[in-house]
Design a protein around this ligand. Sequence first.
Ligand code: IMP
Ligand code: MG
Length: 181
Amino acid sequence: MMNEDIERVLYSHDDLVQACHKVGKQISQDYEGKTPILIGLLNGCIPFFAELIKHIEIPMQTEFMQVKSYFGGTESSGKVKIISNINFPIEGRDVIVCDDILDTGRTLVQIKNMLLAQGANSVKICCMLNKVDAHKDLNLTIDYVALEVENQFVVGFGLDYNELYRNLPYVGILKEEIYKK
Ligand code: IMP
Ligand code: MG
C-alpha cells in the first residue's frame, strides 16, 4: 500500500481542507465585485484546485494549462514548455494561477509574465505549499499560500514522485528507501 512508503504525514486531509478554506475566503474578499479566472497547472494542481474552489464564494471561472519546466544544466534561467494552453481570452481579466508547490519559482515567474503579455489585467499566484527557503533569489510575489514546508521532498494531494502518490489524501515525506530503490 502507498501509505507504507510514507515516513511522516506533514499535513492531514483536514489540515489541507482548513487551509483551502482560509485561502478561499481571502480570495472571495480580495476579488469581491470581480469575476477572476483561476488557471490550474496540471497535473499537480488537481486535488488542491478542486478543494480550493469549493471555498470561493464569488463568481469565478476555471481554466487549465499543462506545462513542463526545462532547465539547461545548472543555469538558473529555466524555460517553460506549454504542453496544453488555455483556450480562452484573458485580455483585461483578473487571473489567479494555481499550482501545487512553489520550489524555485521559475515555472510561475514565466507563466505570470506570459499571461501579463497576453493582456491580463492582473495575475496573482496561489500555491498549496511554499518551500520557505527555496526561491529567495527570485523576484516573485506569492499572493496566496495554503501551507509552508521546509526544504524537503513531499508527496500527496497532487504532488508526485515519478508520477506516483498524487492520489494520497494528505501531504507526507517519502521514506528514503523509495528514492534509493
Ligand atoms: P519550480 O517552482 O519552478 O522549481 O517548480 C515547481 C514544480 O516542481 C512543482 O510544480 C512540482 O511539480 C515540482 N516539485 C518541487 N518540489 C517538489 C516536492 O517536494 N515534491 C513534489 N514535486 C515537487
Ligand atoms: Mg508539477
